[in-house]
Design a protein around this ligand. Structure first.
Ligand code: HEC
Length: 293
């Protein structure tokens, strides 16, 4: 389900060292621009690059203008005509009908009869970009996540769509057998120990609340406040790196910490895990993006 085909990436210490070097270079090179967030509902005409500021600050009020700019950029991307079919994503059905973003995120992942698949938000957006707009997304799929100073269309789009469910309860979908089967697969994956360290998600995220290094790790194996709060908080804004991060990224990173091969972007396995986590988060309130590390 995860499409585990790629080699394990560099050891985390080397990756971290490289990351900090990048951060320093980016901070040195990038001029700080001011923010003029649009607040209208009308489609903007361009996709402005979100402003950057020195990473490191993480107070919500400090980064609020940056977050607003990412959401506006996502909104602008949603309305931009692109691809061989030259259409905007307004023709994309996220489950509530073509072009409807309000409340769509709170009910994802869900079954889409047209594709005969259960999809999470990013899988569905990717599908719409490739099939509805006719875009070649292979370069994106090969390197999907943003880095310091480099924002990502997918992350900004996902944040825009998710923010249109803010204040609404998470409603995990289970009316189709396909949804129930995938949730069961996600549950099995959550408890399955694997790889050289014999870890499962449940090693860190089940039973008594654990701490890894100095971080309290949320308990995600049963319905409750920790699962609700966690699932209502993604996509997040990284206060340390000043980029938007989606749940696909977080799950990929937890697999890395488990010394597992990197799961494929948009794999059904990641959707299975999200559906399982969402099922423990029913009734949690969407409130994105949370500002996290
Ligand atoms: C070795 C321990 C460990 C394992 C195993 C692990 N995680 Fe995590 N996970 C963490 C830590 C530590 C964090 C918090 C990171 C931080 O604060 O930056 C985290 C964060 C998360 C979050 C976000 C929590 C939040 O507060 O927003 C989710 C969701 C998550 N993990 C799911 C999983 C899933 C699913 C698996 C199995 C595929 C898994 N994790 C395996 C340690 C682990």
């Amino acid at each position: 389900l995860l499409g585990l085909t790629r080699e394990h990436p560099l050891p985390s210490t080397i990756r971290l060292a490289a990351l900090y070097t990048c951060v320093l270079v980016v901070v040195a090179l990038v001029a700080v621009t001011s923010v003029t967030a649009q607040s209208t509902n009308s489609p903007p005409t361009q996709n402005p690059t979100p402003p950057t500021a020195p990473p490191g600050t993480s107070k919500t009020e400090d980064v609020a203008p940056l977050i607003a700019a990412h959401i506006e950029r996502g909104r602008s991307l949603w309305f931009t005509r692109l691809g061989s079919k030259n259409v905007s994503l307004e023709t994309c059905d996220l489950g509530e009908g073509p072009g409807i973003v309000k409340g769509a995120f709170a009910r994802l992942p869900r079954f889409f009869a047209g594709t005969d698949r259960v999809m999470d938000l990013e899988q569905r957006l990717l599908w719409c970009m490739e099939t509805v707009q006719g875009r070649d997304m292979s370069a994106f799929v090969a390197k999907p996540f943003p880095g310091p100073g480099r924002s990502s269309d997918m992350e900004d789009l996902a944040l825009f769509v998710a923010s249109q469910s803010n204040g609404m309860p998470i409603e995990p979908q289970a009316s189709y057998p396909q949804e129930r089967r995938l949730r069961a697969a996600g549950e099995a994956m959550f408890f399955r120990r694997s790889s050289t360290m014999d870890l499962a998600c449940s090693t860190c995220h089940a039973g008594e609340t654990k701490r890894v290094m100095m971080f309290a790790v949320p308990k995600l194996d049963e319905p409750g406040m920790p699962a609700r709060k966690t699932m209502g908080s993604w996509p997040v804004f990284s206060g340390r790196q000043h980029v938007v991060r989606t749940l696909q990224y977080r799950l990929k990173d937890c697999y890395r910490e488990m010394r597992m091969p990197e799961p494929d972007y948009g794999s059904d396995g990641l959707t299975a895990l999200s559906l399982y986590l969402a099922s423990n988060a029913a009734g949690g309130i969407v409130n994105v993006p949370a500002v996290k590390r």
